[in-house]
Design a protein around this ligand. Structure first.
Ligand code: CP
Ligand code: NVA
Length: 305
């Protein structure tokens, strides 16, 4: 088993499926009010170089429910912001804590942190990947669609960003069919695409949202400008016009389709208010499941479950 949770493709399918089983167990226990203090006395350091609502709260509350403690650390208020090398931060954190969750820009920095830390490192989002979100998304699909999980067809509409890259990785690991529709200049990372192909992933890349959505069981999108790209908002609004999940696109998908969005959403940009508030949307189950899957990830990495 891996020490760290940095990208889905680092992991074997059966180990991720074991995490889903543990997620189910922990979610049921939490709903029944049964204690499940698998990380009693353990501490998670949470390093943030970007904003967050869900990731911060779900990790912190999840750690509390597991009997442990979580520390919120931002680059602006630690020595990281003043240029202390990540390899020093990793070695120091390893002397105090039992795990690190980091949200930052560079995937390489997260890999370096993991290399220099004796304790598990969890990727809480980089410009390249958002693997915890993918685990929550797949668990949500499983809850709504059951055992057919890997036989469904999935589509991604919008930016070829960290979430799109993560979905491509998930398609490589779980073998489901994925169709990705992005404007030409905004395709997913070329290395991610290449590696997924080598792993036998069944992914179709197109610039036509209707082609991607046709008959799909799961529709998926994300903001047009991610954190760090705010200054590109205006040009992106032009490039992505037509890449919106709206009622017309949902009507082209499977009649029982579900719609995912990692949130935060920009209503009436990448997704209409009518879709996000409509009968196909499962976005708040998805947000809730962040906490349940992350508890399973932490218990697996930090508690040897
Ligand atoms: N989906 C997600 O990661 O949300 P936050 O940015 O609020 O953490
Ligand atoms: N792609 C978005 C995801 C936010 C959870 C971003 O990186 O800002």
């Amino acid at each position: 088993m891996q020490k760290d949770f940095l990208a889905l493709t680092d992991w074997k399918r059966q180990d991720l499926e074991r995490m889903f089983e543990l997620t189910r167990e922990l979610k049921e226990k939490q709903k029944r009010g049964e204690p499940h203090r698998l990380l009693e006395g353990k501490t998670l350091a949470m390093l943030f170089e970007k904003s967050s609502t869900r990731t911060r709260v779900s990790f912190e509350v999840g750690m509390f429910q597991l009997g442990g403690h979580a520390l919120f650390l931002s680059s602006g208020t630690t020595q990281m912001g003043r240029g202390e090398p990540i390899k020093d931060t990793g070695r120091v954190m390893s002397r105090y804590c039992d795990g690190i969750m980091i949200r930052t820009f560079s995937q390489q920095l997260v890999e370096e942190l993991a290399q220099w830390s004796d304790i598990p490192v969890i990727n809480g989002l980089t410009d390249m990947y958002h693997p915890c979100q993918l685990m929550a998304d797949l668990f949500t699909v499983f809850e709504h669609k059951g055992e057919r999980f890997d036989q469904l067809s999935y589509c991604w509409i919008g930016d070829g960003n960290n979430m799109a890259n993560s979905w491509i990785n998930a398609a490589a690991v779980f073998g489901f069919e994925l169709r990705v529709a992005t404007p030409d200049g905004y395709r997913p990372d070329a290395e991610v695409v290449k590696r997924a192909e080598e792993l036998g992933a069944k992914v179709l890349y197109t610039s036509d949202p209707a082609e991607a959505a046709a008959g799909a069981h799961v529709l998926n999108t994300d903001v047009w400008a991610s954190m760090g790209q705010e200054q590109e908002q205006k040009e992106r609004e032009q490039a992505f016009a037509g890449y919106q999940i709206n009622d017309k696109l949902v009507a082209a998908a499977d009649p029982d389709c579900i719609v995912l969005h990692c949130l935060p959403a920009h209503r009436d940009e990448e997704i209409t208010d009518s879709v996000i508030e409509g009968p196909h949307s499962v976005v708040f189950d998805e947000a809730e499941n962040r906490m349940h899957v992350q508890k399973a990830i932490m218990a697996t990495l930090m508690g040897n479950r």
